[in-house]
Ligand binder design. Structure first.
Ligand SMILES: NC(=O)c1ccc[n+]([C@@H]2O[C@H](COP(=O)([O-])OP(=O)(O)OC[C@H]3O[C@@H](n4cnc5c(N)ncnc54)[C@H](O)[C@@H]3O)[C@@H](O)[C@H]2O)c1
Length: 264
């Protein structure tokens, strides 16, 4: 049976260097979420074939937005489950015949003043945002290297660089992601793999709406020089750049998509 991700054997060519996105195979964790879905659509619009790794309930909720079976591979996978991640990444690479791009977009946030933040919320946030990104990157790197190199893009946050009230666990997870990204970029550069992050300001999605769709959000928005929150498409465009041929010499970088919020 033909795999939904299978393309012409020579579709992508060598994945490293200035490989075009057309024909490349991209895996997006959290791809059923607000930002992840926009990333998947933007990568597909650029010609990539995609696989979405997300939790079953999120995949079901997003089902109407997904095209008919056969065009996009959907995998139920908890990014904090090391064995499950290894199996899911292997399945994508085997069914597609290659893996070129990984976007670590799965995320969660326990938001509370530090004195009220419970250990479970702290650990869940670190485990999904940081450990999950590590597990997926580590599982993917051999497949990316086998394809001649590739791209890893993590979705970090402005909270990695500036203090936001209630964001102790989230900030720690995203600052950790930036540190991990620089180290992976150093270690995997010789394999032809670039590793970068995108750090958005607030994007109104199911994750952020409870925290920012309120007067606190209005106050934050007023401090963004361009005068608005980011849209999922703003983040997706940055991911497409970092995953595409124009960013071949960019690695270990955090691309801030915040309308200028963090320049002060
Ligand atoms: N929305 C914002 O304001 C904002 C700002 C900066 C950064 N980010 C980051 O962008 C990413 C996407 O956020 P979003 O706003 O689209 O949120 P979202 O809640 O809409 O999407 C997150 C997705 O991650 C999935 N996910 C959560 N835990 C998972 C797990 N253990 N295994 C697999 N999948 C899991 C969810 O099912 C969901 O589909 C996150 O990493 C988030 O931290 C968001």
């Amino acid at each position: 049976m033909t795999s939904p991700l299978a393309g012409p054997a020579d579709a992508a060519g060598p994945a490293g260097g200035r490989r075009p996105l057309r024909g490349a195979v991209a895996l997006v964790t959290g791809g059923a979420g607000g930002i992840g879905a926009a990333v998947v659509e933007a990568l597909e619009a650029a010609g990539a074939r995609t696989a979405v790794l997300d939790q079953e309930d999120a995949l079901e909720r997003a089902a109407p937005a997904h095209p008919p079976a056969g065009e996009r591979l959907l995998l139920d996978c908890d990014v904090t489950d090391a064995a499950g991640v290894e199996a899911a990444v292997r399945e994508v690479a085997e069914r597609a015949g290659r893996l070129d791009v990984v976007v670590n977009c799965a995320g969660t946030a326990a938001i509370a003043p530090a004195l009220e933040l419970d250990l479970a919320g702290w650990e869940r946030t670190l485990r999904v945002n940081l450990t999950g990104s590590f597990l997926v990157s580590r599982a993917a790197a051999p497949h990316l290297a086998r394809a001649g190199g590739g791209r890893i893009v993590g979705i970090a946050s402005q909270a990695a660089s500036v203090a936001l009230p209630g964001h102790a666990a989230y900030a720690a997870s995203k600052a950790g992601l930036l540190g991990m990204t620089r180290t992976l970029a150093l270690e995997w550069g010789p394999l032809g793999i670039t590793v970068n992050t995108v750090s958005p300001t607030v994007v109104l999605t199911p994750l952020s709406r409870p925290n920012w769709d309120n007067p606190a959000g209005d106050a934050l928005r007023a401090q963004i020089p361009v005068g608005r929150f980011a849209e999922p498409g703003d983040v997706a465009a940055a991911v497409v750049y970092l995953a595409g041929p124009g960013a071949a010499m960019v690695t270990g970088h955090d691309l801030v998509v915040d309308g200028g919020y963090t320049i002060r």
